[in-house]
Ligand binder design. Sequence first.
Ligand SMILES: Cc1cc2nc3c(=O)[nH]c(=O)nc-3n(C[C@H](O)[C@H](O)[C@H](O)COP(=O)(O)OP(=O)(O)OC[C@H]3O[C@@H](n4cnc5c(N)ncnc54)[C@H](O)[C@@H]3O)c2cc1C
Length: 381
Amino acid sequence: MTARYIREEHHIFRDAFRKFLEKEAYPYFHEWEKQGIIPREFWRKMGEQGFLCPWVDEQYGGFNADFAYSVVINEELEKVGSSMIGIGLHNDIVVPYLSEYGTEEQKRKWLPKCISGEIITAIAMTEPGAGSDLAGITTTAVRDGEHYIVNGQKTFITNGIHADLIIVVCKTDPKAVQAHKGISLLIVERDTPGFTRGRKLEKVGLHAQDTAELFFTDAKVPAENLLGEEGKGFYYLMEKLQQERLIVAIAAQTAAEVMFRLTKDYVKERTAFGKKVSQFQTVQFRLAEMATEIELGRTFLDDLIELHMKGENIVTKVSMAKWWITEMAKRVAAESMQLHGGYGYMEEYEIARRYRDIPVSAIYAGTNEVMKMIIAKNLEL
Ligand SMILES: Cc1cc2nc3c(=O)[nH]c(=O)nc-3n(C[C@H](O)[C@H](O)[C@H](O)COP(=O)(O)OP(=O)(O)OC[C@H]3O[C@@H](n4cnc5c(N)ncnc54)[C@H](O)[C@@H]3O)c2cc1C
């Protein structure tokens, strides 16, 4: 059943986007996984066709598209492969900060290029010593005349190699009594003196996604690159992390649906003991259980997307969706690989890649333990 928020124009858009991906992404994805990066050229093609940040205001080059378009884009990208998540991160996680908290000048300078694919963005919160405990970051930004001098290190940054524009979470007031009150967001541009990138990190999965370390050694960032107000960074993050978690839930739900389809097709094809594997009752029950969990996830997710589109507060529910759907997708991945037998462990079968790609969804955008902490807090326990 189609979600209530999907209308005729979204169907048309999905068809067009799918055709684009069939031509420009599916044939090359395996190669990108081997190379460990998605070429910039692909980003530019996405931009040329209007598939980057279509929600941005028309005056900056967008289409004012509603969030259902973002859902379609993220679902279709995930169907190609989980490594496409960096594009969803740019579209629906990073650029929204610029659009919401940027000054008019910042928006005019950067948004059109984010839409055309000339600028690829990233957000750098995590440090080697601080991930879940965001208030514990140690990267500092000290005001010196017309600049901030930034010192510190970030790690695990999605789009870290490609990124031209990075929202860096810094402490502008390291002495703030409540640690989160000293946090600000600075926009660091590619050629900033004192900013360097480390190696492209080798990961268990998401092989085509470029993830990197970033280093700041007396990096000179113009004061006008402050995003929003000084000291408000933590609040901005808390606001925008909701959509980030929703995007991760959408990707994980889509991955579960893809894995189910692959597995169903496989067991209906494969023969053992003179029957199709799908004819064994134990296999049927496992598929029935998977289908049930997937349906539960989809129903909850679609309701949540609607609430988000209405601008309602989704903090508790999105935390529930993020942990439950990503754990469900992990269960589906494990079952799917098992039901593929030895072939499931072979790289030429898509399920192998899906199996190693999915666990990170329970880790990034706030770990699933952090999601439960948020839910528990809002239960006023
Ligand atoms: C592929 C990938 C891409 C990423 N992309 C980005 C990015 O673009 N930008 C960015 O800023 N970060 C990114 N991250 C970082 C990611 O958000 C962090 O890894 C994550 O938030 C967890 O932080 P950590 O790794 O420091 O783990 P830790 O915080 O050290 O946690 C270790 C374990 O302890 C648990 N834990 C911590 N505190 C508690 C508690 N109070 N109670 C119970 N359990 C607890 C955690 O849930 C986890 O299981 C990425 C990570 C990966 C792997």
